[in-house]
Design a protein around this ligand. Structure first.
Ligand code: ATP
Ligand code: PRP
Ligand code: MG
Length: 281
């Protein structure tokens, strides 16, 4: 039975379970449930702290796990990313009070608070900066006001938390993170893992794309398919009226309206957009 680690709390938890449910797996209904056997799919899910997932996967006790790229790198565990999942996107950045530093090179001899001590210690070491890394569990932004640190390194999404704490980001992000599927580094190919990956890829594609159908005059079909090239090649079918053809292509969901405008301008009509429920490409 394939053993899969799923975050039990925090930003990753609900989105990870939603994705697995969409991929056809059973997920828990009670947040206190720690292990769930999905007999039909021959998978066992272990609901664990997101920070611990890389450790379990790296040790080989569990086959794969969902965690954050930042948490994975911070753990230092022998686990590697096999698929980015497209949710829990964030940046990991340094921040300080305005005017106190221009970048991490100014941290020499200073204190930097973070919940990602592994990541930050390595980043500063790579830059050749000797600073004290203060490990905190969360709400790191408050540490500067309370005098525990001179700067912080933390997850930034909208930047609201930083602004409210009177801090500003310094330099470029240390890392761009999102939820990822991770596996023990160098583990042997496993058809059960490949099947899980294909199912999840199907969900990611189904979320990213819509199906677009439209009719267009036959002489305009080349121009139309240039607007909707699809993933490989759009389907073009004859219509009863020989002067027209029907085209079906996958289109990026966020481009739907721009593409419809362009098709309409070209003379396409009967443009229909349908969501993709599931797919395997
Ligand atoms: N505001 C946010 N927006 C997007 N991703 C976030 C945000 N906060 C945390 N993450 C991501 O979630 C993962 C951290 O998981 P974790 O469970 O610690 O989340 P959390 O929301 O900080 O939980 P908690 O604060 O309850 O410990 C990391 O990959 C991180 O990049
Ligand atoms: O840029 P923003 O949109 O404000 O989001 C970033 C904040 O979200 C997370 O905090 P969380 O609520 O998880 O609290 P924590 O610091 O205790 O982990 C993260 O640690 C940042 O503090
Ligand atoms: Mg948090």
């Amino acid at each position: 039975m394939l053993k899969v680690a799923v975050p039990n709390k925090g930003s990753l938890s609900a989105a990870a379970s939603d994705m697995l449910r969409e991929a056809g797996y059973a997920q828990r209904n009670d947040p206190r449930e720690l292990v769930l056997q999905d007999e039909a799919n021959d998978v066992e899910f272990f609901f664990l702290r997101p920070r611990d997932i890389a450790v379990y996967v790296g040790s080989g006790q569990l086959d794969v796990g969902v965690t954050g790229r930042d948490l994975l790198l911070d753990s230092g565990a022998p686990a590697e990313e096999i698929l980015p999942l497209g949710f829990a996107r964030s940046t990991f950045r340094y921040a300080a009070r305005p005017g106190t530093a221009t970048g991490p090179q100014d941290f020499a001899g200073k204190r930097v608070a973070t919940s990602y001590a592994g990541l930050v210690a390595k980043h500063l070491a790579d830059l050749g900066v000797t600073a004290e890394v203060i490990r905190l569990d969360g709400a790191v932004e408050t540490s500067v006001r309370l005098g525990v640190a001179d700067a912080i390194a933390d997850v930034v999404e909208t930047g609201t938390t930083l602004r409210q704490a009177g801090l500003e980001v310094l330099g470029e992000p240390i890392l761009r993170s999102e939820a990822v599927l991770a596996r023990r580094t160098g583990s042997a190919p496993d058809p059960a893992v490949d099947q899980l990956v294909r199912r999840i890829q199907g969900v990611i594609i189904a979320r990213q794309y819509v199906l677009m159908d439209y009719d267009v005059r036959a002489e305009l079909v080349q121009q139309a398919v240039a607007i909707t090239p699809g993933l490989e090649s759009p389907t073009v079918s004859p219509l009863h009226d020989r002067g027209w053809v029907a085209v079906r292509a996958m289109v990026k969901r966020h481009e739907t309206n721009r593409v419809m405008d362009e098709l309409w301008e070209l003379g396409a009509r009967g443009i229909l957009v349908t969501g993709i429920h599931a797919c395997r490409l």
